[in-house]
Design a binder for this molecule. Structure first.
Ligand SMILES: Cc1ncc(C[n+]2csc(CCOP(=O)(O)OP(=O)(O)O)c2C)c(N)n1
Length: 367
């Protein structure tokens, strides 16, 4: 076990004062601490490649190493600027990566994490990134050595942290935000009641897919078929578009604000190429709720102007429970590509199961 305060003190001692990254459940307490820092010291990036690039820009201006935190799933987003810009053989720009190691060989984890967990160390080796594994306080000495090496040689270095290692002694109590908005489950339940037999739903990573699966089975709602994007965060809209172009069926992408922002350029592809059968629902809680509730800053975006200017034909918005039924009806009837923004409160279902038998889920979806 490592205490959050020891990790933070260590970073301070090493004169690291700029943080950027994408939230992760293993690093939840770390990310939540950082969100209390002033804007100039910490930026939640939309994807891990952007976080690496922010760190590169910071180094170019301050000659100091930035700390970039990410889940190992996001290493793939990070690889492009890591290998093509920051690498020793390109511009030799040092960074400190703190990586939440989902699916590490010693821990049980979900199917989507197991493979990435297995290859994480090899990926770092291929990228010539020296790394250490932080399991106990003493390991912070290894981190210090790596940071010194990074500063001296201008190489990127990384620290891997497995599940349940990082502990915060004085847990930050997240005050319940009183918002009189619908919950994710209110929207999902009504949607499942209204869709036709042939509808396909493709749902994003985290609570959205888990709630969809649970609400469907709990209420025995069998119209339509679902494909849960248990990984590949940010890509559910393009998977949906790919499906919809080759099908006459109604296709609904159930997206989250963190996921949508991660690869927001996709909205233009949908606006341009999307057919009438394409329907996009954004469950906007302004938060990465599934990994700790860090803000996405999506609350002030005007999705009406945005999606219309990108080529979507219709825009709808829900912020009251009593409007859900009526607006879903209109949304399902209209000709797409259409966008529905649902402002939701944070809050999920207790003891949510996770999609397990993924091949079976795929086969059912395709049948
Ligand atoms: C590439 C990548 N980066 C980070 C994560 C960790 N992660 C899983 S769910 C999630 C938050 C998703 O936020 P949002 O789409 O707003 O949905 P919410 O959790 O609020 O329902 C994050 C950051 C991931 N799975 N993949």
């Amino acid at each position: 076990m490592i205490l959050l305060k020891d990790l933070l003190n260590n970073l301070k001692k090493n004169n690291i004062s700029f943080f950027t990254g994408v939230p992760d459940s293993i690093l939840k307490d770390f990310c939540n601490y950082l969100t209390k820092l002033p804007k100039k010291k910490h930026i939640i990036a939309v994807n891990e490649g952007s976080a690496i690039s922010l760190g590169i820009g910071y180094y170019l201006s301050k000659k100091k190493i930035a700390c970039v935190y990410l889940q190992n799933a996001g290493l793939s987003n990070a690889i492009n600027p890591l290998i093509s810009i920051a690498h020793k053989k390109i511009y030799s720009i040092p960074l400190l990566l703190i990586i939440g190691w989902r699916g590490s060989p010693k821990r049980n984890d979900e199917p989507q994490h197991i493979l990435k967990g297995k290859i994480t160390k090899n990926l770092l080796k291929l990228l010539n990134i020296r790394f250490c594994i932080l399991r106990k306080k003493k390991d912070l000495i290894k981190m210090n050595r790596l940071i010194k090496f990074s500063k001296r040689t201008k190489n990127t270095v990384a620290c891997l942290i497995e599940k349940d290692i990082l502990k915060d002694q004085k847990k930050l109590i997240n005050k319940a935000k009183v918002q009189f908005l619908p919950f994710r489950r209110d929207l999902i339940l009504e949607l499942l009641k209204q869709i036709s037999k042939n509808t396909k739903i493709i749902s994003t990573t985290g609570y959205t897919s888990r709630e969809l699966m649970q609400i469907r089975s709990e209420n025995n709602l069998s119209n339509g078929k679902d494909f849960y994007m248990v990984g590949g965060m940010g890509h559910s809209s393009m998977v949906s578009l790919g499906y919809s172009l080759k099908s006459k069926k109604q296709i609904i992408c159930l997206d989250g604000d963190g996921s949508l922002l991660m690869h927001m350029g996709s909205l233009r592809t949908i606006g341009f190429f999307g057919n009438t059968n394409f329907k996009h629902i954004l469950l906007n809680n302004n938060s990465h709720e599934s990994v700790g509730g860090q803000t996405t800053n999506a609350n002030k975006i005007n999705f009406n102007n945005l999606t219309k200017s990108l080529g979507y034909k219709n825009f709808f918005k829900i912020s009251k429970v009593k409007k859900i039924k009526f607006i879903i009806k209109k949304f399902l009837k209209c000709k797409g590509p259409s966008f529905l923004e649902v402002k939701i409160s944070e809050g999920t279902i207790n003891n949510l199961p996770r999609p397990k038998n993924l091949i079976k889920i795929k086969k059912q979806f395709m049948s």
